[in-house]
Every structure is written in structure tokens, then in C-alpha cells.
Design a protein around this ligand. Structure first.
Ligand SMILES: [Zn+2]
Length: 226
């Protein structure tokens, strides 16, 4: 009863008060305020920068710096999962403008979080970004396409060799994806692309089940691209 009442009050209050921008606390429209949105756009890569011609190709929306760094931190650590929606849509827009968009029959698989971590955070940001990405691109989403079976906490404090070791066999292919394999492969989706080690592990895990990765999409990278 109490729960219903407070939900009712919250709903009523939200009718009159627009939630403020989660990055600066000024009135947002509809989520980020125009100032923060403008600053976020400054982190966006040019058409040439955003597509890494690797195998598989990697599409990245922008730089992991400035307001982008803050947006990702607020989304993950200050319980603001709704930020995934505009970020995922922006990533989808750049995907649709890229040559990668020509492919058909792809399924989107988010990079999984370890269950303990997901339970603590309440959501997997990569999954929410993927959901929003799929809304715009129309690709089917397989949220449990990959599952994390080993905790790979504090990866960025490890050397590349140690990372590889820790990541080996950290993931498995989810039952549903194993049963119905996407014909043309998978798009891996993550929030931040650093060394690519996590994606490499995902690629290996999927390939053991005969599933190929067509491309990788991420919101931001720490790599200096030019
Ligand atoms: Zn703002």
C-alpha cells in the first residue's frame, strides 16, 4: 500500500516537474540539457575516424573524454540507466551511416557483465545501449547471447598478458543463441572500447560455437584515433 502510494505521488510530481539533466542538474530536454548535449557532440569522431578497419571492423561513436566520460560514469555508477537511450541511438545513427549497415541477418549481442556486478549495479549498461541501438537499426537483440562465467574484476590494472589470461574462458554462449545461430553473424556492443581484449575473448567464445562476429560497436574509446 505504501509502495503504491509513493509511486502515485512520484508519478504525480513528475507530471509537473521535468527531471533535470543528470550531468549538470539544470533542466534537461528531454534528458540532457542543450549545454551538455553540445559538449557531448564535441567528442564525436569524424566519419573517417569512427570506423577502425580491423578484423572484424570496429565502429566507435566518439572519444572517451570530457562530458562523454562523465555521461558514462553517471550512467554506470550514479544509477542513471536512462542515459543509455540517447547514447545507443547516437551509436545507431553512425552505424546506419556507415558501410557496415549494408549487411542483413545480424543479431546484436552486448558484452556481458558478471552476474554479481550486474546485481549490484541493477543493469548491464551494454545491454541497455544494445536495446536502444536495436530500436533504431531494427536488428534483433540477444541480451543473453554471451554470459560471463568468471569474474574479471579490475581488468585495467593488469598487463596485456595478464588480461588475456584472466579473460580466457570467462564467457560462454547463451543457450538461446546456441540454439538459433544468426546466419550472418553478430554485432558485439559495448560501452567503452579500450584494448579490445574483452571483444577478442567474446569473438573466441562465439567462434567455438560456430558463430562469427560481423562487427563491433562501442560508444567511446580511450584510444587516440586520428
Ligand atoms: Zn546538463
Amino acid at each position: 500500500m505504501m509502495g503504491n502510494w509513493s509511486a502515485l505521488v512520484k508519478g504525480w510530481v513528475n507530471l509537473f516537474l521535468k527531471p533535470n539533466c543528470p550531468l549538470c542538474d539544470r533542466p534537461g530536454k528531454p534528458l540532457l540539457c542543450p549545454g551538455c548535449d553540445r559538449q557531448l557532440q564535441r567528442q564525436k569522431f569524424s566519419v573517417k575516424q569512427r570506423l577502425l578497419q580491423e578484423t572484424p571492423p570496429v565502429l566507435i561513436w566518439g572519444r572517451y573524454g570530457g562530458v562523454m566520460k562523465r555521461a558514462i560514469a553517471v550512467m554506470k555508477y550514479q544509477n542513471c540507466p536512462e542515459l543509455a537511450r540517447p547514447l545507443g541511438h547516437s551509436l545507431a545513427e553512425t552505424w546506419l551511416q556507415s558501410p557496415l549497415a549494408k549487411a542483413q541477418g545480424l543479431t546484436v549481442v552486448p558484452i556481458p557483465l558478471h552476474p554479481a556486478k550486474q546485481k549490484k549495479r541493477g543493469f548491464n549498461q551494454a545491454e541497455l545501449l544494445a536495446k536502444s541501438f536495436c530500436e533504431l537499426t531494427g536488428y534483433p537483440l540477444e541480451p543473453r547471447g554471451l554470459e560471463r562465467v568468471r569474474d574479471t574484476e579490475a581488468l585495467n590494472q593488469l598487463s596485456p598478458a595478464q588480461r588475456q589470461q584472466t579473460l580466457a574462458n570467462a564467457m560462454q554462449v547463451g543457450a538461446r543463441l546456441r540454439r538459433s545461430k544468426p546466419k550472418q553473424g553478430v554485432i558485439l556492443l559495448d560501452d567503452i572500447y579500450t584494448t579490445g581484449a574483452t571483444c577478442q575473448e567474446a569473438i573466441q567464445t562465439l567462434s567455438k560455437e560456430g558463430i562469427s562476429v560481423y562487427g563491433i560497436a562501442a560508444i567511446a574509446t580511450t584510444q587516440p584515433l586520428d
